[in-house]
Design a protein around this ligand. Structure first.
Ligand code: IPM
Ligand code: MG
Length: 367
């Protein structure tokens, strides 16, 4: 069996710390027989500092050649003043586009031990298990024209363009239906077909796909603004929620808060299967680079570690190993270990290293 090629993109802020923590977990699986080798590349602000660009070409060559990419986080105040095209975030958008990862899976799972950490009432969030499937390569993030021009009267005019084609919509909706079949068998499709033609097309395409290939799955159409409201009103009505790039960005942050902390949530971004049978795959925590706590050993590594659990499941097909890791995290939370972002009275406050130690110990126990 060949070694899996993992590309590490630590990025900025707490990215390197949480990825280091995750690599200790990867190492644990290595000792148990997971064959892998790693490479590292620059992205975001770290790349700007080293090369002058947020997206050095070498990074993309390596990303495309990798079996799975594990990313930390990108961006920070140091690079915020740069012109739009040179901002750290451009590097991340290019990685997604160049790797062809169009389906962004963002689970919002409320661990039982954390049901009191949410700002919502525990009965609303306890047992919550939603999967947001966000389209990641199209829509208003990438549509052309995307420009700011100066008009004859001197004022400026900025344009972003929301574009979707039939095939772009169909491939991500297919992923949503496939995921639903493995879970609660229900898909909500969120768009704004009342005001956007991309929304009209979205609704048409998913309706046709449903009828053709997925009639066994329950499908509901919901306007994206109503979805935002329903997510805080009664989030447990959702199983899989599929939506476009921009709505998915917003709704997944909202869903994250239901679980207590954005520091808890992993993500997987998947594309089509490559020749070797593995999908193009990028794994990253949903949280940002948290510059305020970077470099202090305080960051919650759980989102990044759970992103590796998604890698075990979706890239390597190791479902039992993925569950083992998720259960280890669950156990550690139940024992009362908390990083600052999820700290509650009476619990044990720990930093990145101690949290990771505890997870490794729980893995040992489960092995
Ligand atoms: C996310 C982030 C990114 C996005 C930024 C950092 C470009 O908010 O992954 O949700 O908008 O997609
Ligand atoms: Mg976001």
């Amino acid at each position: 069996m060949n070694e899996y090629k993992l590309l590490l993109l630590p990025g900025d802020g707490i990215g390197p710390e949480v990825l280091d923590a995750t690599m200790r977990v990867v190492g644990w699986y290595g000792q148990k027989g997971l064959p892998y080798k790693t490479e590292e590349a620059l992205l975001g602000g770290a790349a700007i500092d080293a090369t002058g660009r947020p997206d050095p070409d070498e990074t993309f060559v390596k990303a495309i050649a990798a079996d799975a990419v594990l990313m930390g986080s990108v961006g920070g105040p140091k690079w915020d003043g740069l012109p739009f095209a040179q901002r750290a975030e451009r590097g991340l958008l290019r990685v997604r586009k160049d790797m062809g990862v169009y389906a962004n899976l963002r689970p919002a799972l409320c661990f039982d031990a954390l049901k009191d950490a949410s700002t919502l009432k525990p009965e609303i969030v306890s047992g919550l298990d939603i999967l947001i499937v966000r389209e990641l390569m199209g829509g208003v993030y990438f549509g052309e024209p995307k420009e700011t021009i100066t008009l004859p009267d001197g004022q400026k005019r900025a344009v972003d363009t929301g574009v979707y084609t039939t095939s772009e919509i169909e491939r991500v909706c297919r992923v949503a239906f496939e995921m639903a079949r493995l879970r609660g068998n229900k898909v909500h499709s969120a768009e704004k077909s009342n005001v956007m033609v991309t929304g009209v097309l979205w609704k048409e395409v998913i309706t046709a796909l449903h009828k053709r290939d997925y009639a066994d799955v329950e499908l509901h159409h919901i306007l994206a603004d109503n979805a935002a409201m329903q997510l805080v009103r009664n989030p447990k009505q959702f199983d899989v929620l599929v939506t476009d790039n921009l709505f998915g960005d917003v709704l997944s942050d909202e869903a994250a808060q239901l679980t207590g902390s954005i520091g808890m949530l992993p993500s997987a971004s998947l594309g089509d299967k490559k020749e070797n049978g593995l999908p193009s795959a990028l794994y990253e925590p949903i949280h940002g680079s948290a510059p305020d706590i970077a470099g202090q050993g305080l960051a919650n590594p759980i989102a990044s570690i759970l992103s590796f659990a998604m890698c075990l499941r979706y890239s390597f097909g190791l479902k039992d190993e993925a569950s083992r890791l998720e259960k280890a995290v669950d156990a550690v939370l139940a024992e009362g270990y908390r990083t600052g972002d999820i700290m509650q009275p009476g619990m044990t406050k720990v930093g990145t290293t101690a949290m990771t130690d505890a997870i490794l110990k729980a893995l040992d126990k489960a092995a």
